[in-house]
Write a protein that binds this ligand. Sequence first.
Ligand code: APR
Length: 234
Amino acid sequence: MRVVVLTGAGISAESGLPTFRDADGLWEGHDPMVVARPESFAADPDLVQRFYDERRAALGRVEPNAAHLALARLEEALGDDLLVVTQNVDDLHERAGSMRVVHMHGRLRAAWCTACDTRHDWTGTLLDLPPCPGCGAERLRPDVVWFGEVPYDMDRIEAALWDCDLFVSIGTSGVVYPAAAFVQYALARGVRTVELNLDASDGSSDFHDSRRGPATELVPAWVEELLASELGQK
Ligand code: APR
């Protein structure tokens, strides 16, 4: 029983991190085309660095919630048969204990040096142009995939989608590609698909089983259900 779980901002909402497109979402207060594109960074690096410095600082003030913890428990049971593919740049999955996590949109707590092309764990600010720990250049940017850039680890993700028996989507609006196409990929292979989301998403009608509610309730219940089912027996 191989399971691929896709997560979005909704899984971290109850930890206190805003989503992007909900009423109080990040894109309500910021224009994504101004703060989340390489061209914007070239035009006004301070504005972009300040936006991500604030988000990185906010990440230090929150904790994983019951949904993150439930997926970590599921990984304990399934081991390599579970892969969490997250669109989130926060590290709440890892802080909850998950190890098999792919950050397809990058990580907030990492800096990418565009001079020597190395990446460094980073919890501080980048606005003050700290030197790269590797080459010393002042060319560090957030290691986040911006609009128009190619998501990370797509080969690994596609291989896991090709090989899975169950695809589950948690807390995502299904409007950003390529993540929004993963359910189609799974359906084309005849794989069972489950959605756990507060509201209907753009892809809800594509799921065999689409459940409504907060992630901190839906995810632990779904994990218990799966582990209790014979599918969860290794
Ligand atoms: N529990 C479950 N789902 C929730 C909760 C919650 N507590 N709160 C919100 N949601 C759902 C919303 O109903 C919505 O469908 O989470 C989804 C959040 O959608 P978005 O804000 O669009 O976030 P996401 O889908 O992760 O965005 C995808 O867009 O801006 C880019 O790169 C960014 O990774 C991001 C991508």
